[in-house]
Each structure stands twice: as structure tokens, then as C-alpha cells.
Design a protein around this ligand. Sequence first.
Ligand SMILES: *Cc1c(COP(=O)(O)O)cnc(C)c1O
Length: 359
Amino acid sequence: MIPIARPGIGVEEQEAVLRVLASGQLAAGPLVEEFEQRFAEICGVREAVAVSSGTAALHLALLAHGVGPGDEVITSPFSFAATANTIVLVGATPVLVDIDPDTCNIDPALVEAAITPKTKAIMPVHLYGNLAAMDRLLPIIEKHGLILIEDACQAVAASYQGRMAGSFGTGCFSFYATKNVTTGEGGIVTTNDPAIADQVRLWRSHGQRERYHHVAIGYNMRMTELQAAIGNEQLKKLDRFTEQRIANAAYLDSQLSDVVKTPVVRPGYRHVYHQYTIRIPEARDAFADALRERGVGSAVHYPCPIHLQPYYRDRGMNLSLPVAETAAQQVLSIPVHPELSQDDLETVAREVRALCQSR
Ligand SMILES: *Cc1c(COP(=O)(O)O)cnc(C)c1O
């Protein structure tokens, strides 16, 4: 079976972890600082603060900006649940607006229509590794004086007109095992504002600037030296990983775009293909089963939009967001990751093509 995801871990990561284990410095130390500096450079921002997960990054970014009870945050219903969950966790209200059917990213016209006096922030999700429509969102955010928190968990190295994901506002990234670069679990917050970075550091580590001196309350959401050791090796490979994903996607486009709806990328946008997601208009799950029988793994991102999840439905979020609901029934992600051999990639394209043609 050709898997939908496989972490690109080599001997470099293995040796780096062994060096940390031998060093005796397991909790955050110089490797975490090195990781933060490398990551800030990649994103073209002043500061990056490493944390324990992408969820922690979103949570702490919201807290650092003072988002809390009484505030509304506009975001996408078509994402991993962590996006909306972190808004709930800080006591604010997620306002979910429908998506663009081509990119599955939040629809800027609906964002503007959803702004109320309570709106404090906008949290676009750069889904599948493709930036939300920043060309249209930035003027809206500016005009209304809103905070921009990017859920860039899937979008390391994505850009719009050369501006990197995570550099438009406060950026939140994940290094979960299947993401484009991984530390097993992990995350980071990027910002050009030193005051926000300081707040994230305080929330990350019990409100301490110095050990045992607590100027605020906070969590323990720190990254470990073991994670950073893996992360530093992964970042050295980031360009190669990203270029391979883009090349794999170009090949899939060339083999599939006449038989199925393939990803849409607008001019000026660099899509980094965390996922390569096609649309199967009918009986998507049967299509995925048949693909598995032919030796090709796939996945659905996501089978249920956030507003229809039991937690949100039970709390009165009786929304109708038809574009997201249709997408949830039709999307199918197929393997695009850099660990695919040329043979694997050709098999993926051939089998998907054959199945599309047999329908
Ligand atoms: C992975 C992901 C998260 C959560 O990151 P974790 O590291 O798993 O906590 C949040 N939002 C999106 C869009 C993601 O893909």
C-alpha cells in the first residue's frame, strides 16, 4: 500500500536525537533556540517561539493577543477541529463562514459580511498548504483594524507574491508527524511583534522570564531539546521536501486534470501541497475503497465540517454552510509526499486516472 503520509526521517535525525540523549540536556536549551532562529529566518519574521504542538501555537497566539470572553473570531469551518477549539478554549466565540469551492479556503466576501462590533480577530486557515486569499483578506483586516492569526499548520514555506505564510500576521505552525516538516509533535508561533513573542513565551512557560519568578500565569507548552534536534535536521531538508511536493503535484496535475478536479492555485500563490486533494463528486468513499484495493492509500480532509461536529451542533451552532458541507462529501487527498518513489507516483496517477475513467 502506498501510504498517504510518511515522515521523511533519516540518519541525520536519528543521530541528532542520540546526541541530545547523550548530552543530558533534554528540556529546552540551545537546540530549541537554534530551531526558533532558523524558523524565523525561513518565514522572514523577527521572532519565532517554539511550543509543544500546533494546537498550543493557536491557543497561545490567541492568549497573547488578549482574545477572550466577549470576542468573536472569524474562521473556517473546513479545517481540523483545533482551529475552532482553541477559540473556544480562550473563552471567545468562533464565527464560521463558508469557503471558496475552488481552494476550500475561507471566502473573503463572507468574512467581511460577518464582521460585527465584537469581531476581534480573523483566523484564516491555509488549507492543504495553500494560503488563504491574502490579497483580499489583508485590506479587510486593515480596514476594520482586526488581529490576524494565521492557522499555517499545513503551510510552512507557502507564499503569496514572495511573502511567506506566518509573516502576514501572527503565524501558527504544527510539526505533527504527518506535516511537511515534523518533530513528532510540536509547533511554533511566528511574529514581527516582540511584545507578542514575549507574551507567547510567558504563556508557554508559567509566566516566567526567569526561573521561579512568575510575572503571569501560564501553561507548560514548551518544546523539548529532542524535538528541536529533529526539527533542525528537518529544516535543513525543507527546500528539498517542498520542491519535491511541488514537482509531484505538477506530475499529478499533468496526469489527472482532464479526468478529475485537481487543486486550484491562483496566480502569485505558492502551494506547498501538504495535501493534494481532488474532488470526487459521487460516492467518494467507494472510490477511496477501490483505490485502496489497487494499493493506493488516501484520506479525507475533512469528512465533517466543524459546525456539524457534535460538540458544536449541541451548543446551538445551527449553521448552514453548504460549500463546506459539499466539500466534506467530495474531497479526497491522494499521496503527494516526498517519500514517494517515481514508481509510487506513477502508480498513484495511473490508478486514480483509471478509476475516474471507469465511472
Ligand atoms: C495539524 C493542524 C492543527 C493542529 O496541530 P497539532 O500539532 O496537531 O496540534 C491545527 N490546524 C490545522 C489546519 C492543522 O492541519
